[in-house]
Design a protein around this ligand. Structure first.
Ligand code: E4P
Length: 217
């Protein structure tokens, strides 16, 4: 399973990329606004730090505008993935950009039917927003399960990118449900490797080792 960072803060992305465990990055207009950085400059810095796919969202309201923006974004770096909304205009733009060889991520997916259309439009990735579905009283992980079954039954190659991740349980459950990738806020990436029993166990091992007076090197 691929793990992406859901962030537009290039310095933080660079730091976490040093783990070697980050396969890509997703951004959205809200994350760009929160970062305070100029969009294209931030994208170039992120693309230089990460070899894998970096999603950059087009914001126009019609397909012609989305296509024009998509072409500009795709030209910024070889690993840009153009993010498009799951609207009819976004799907039209996805189909055309995909035919031009541009990688696409169809975002704001909340139903299996929408995911089916994204795959038919040739999307490289579809982003089901599981946290926002949970917030609305539905089961976000179940959506991943349903999309996985549809894509497998019909041999669609679109990758399922679990988005709107709220906690480490979402990462585990998305992996179990068959998501190809998950995009994690930096805090949740860190929370994946942190466990109180690991800390306690390590402290005890270190204390006992120190008492031996030995050295490995
Ligand atoms: C990523 O592609 C999405 O835009 C992001 O995960 C949305 O997360 P949120 O629901 O926490 O805003």
């Amino acid at each position: 399973m691929l793990l992406f960072l859901d962030s537009a803060v290039s310095e933080e992305i660079k730091t976490l990329a040093e783990t070697g465990l980050i396969d890509g990055v997703t951004t959205n207009p809200s994350l760009v606004a929160k970062s305070g950085a100029p969009f294209k400059d931030a994208l170039k810095a992120i693309c230089a730090a990460i070899e894998g796919p970096v999603s950059a969202e087009a914001v126009a309201s019609d397909s012609a505008g989305l296509i024009a923006e998509g072409r500009v974004l795709a030209a910024l770096a070889a690993n840009i993935v153009v993010k498009l909304p799951l609207t009819v205009e976004g799907l039209k733009a996805c189909r055309l950009l995909a035919r031009e060889g541009v990688a696409t991520n169809v975002t704001l997916c909340f139903s299996p039917g929408q995911a089916l259309l994204a795959a038919k439009a040739g999307a490289s990735y579809v982003s089901p927003f599981i946290g926002r579905l949970d917030d609305a009283g539905q089961d976000g992980v179940d959506l991943i399960r349903q999309i996985r079954a549809i894509y497998d039954a019909h041999n669609f190659q679109t990758r399922i990118l679990a988005a709107s991740i709220r906690h480490v349980g979402h990462v585990r459950d998305s992996a179990l449900a068959g998501a190809d990738c998950a995009t994690l806020p930096p805090g949740i990436f860190r929370a994946l490797y942190q466990h109180p029993l690991t800390e306690l166990g390590l402290a005890a091992f270190n204390k006992d080792w120190a008492a031996t007076g030995q050295s490995i090197l």
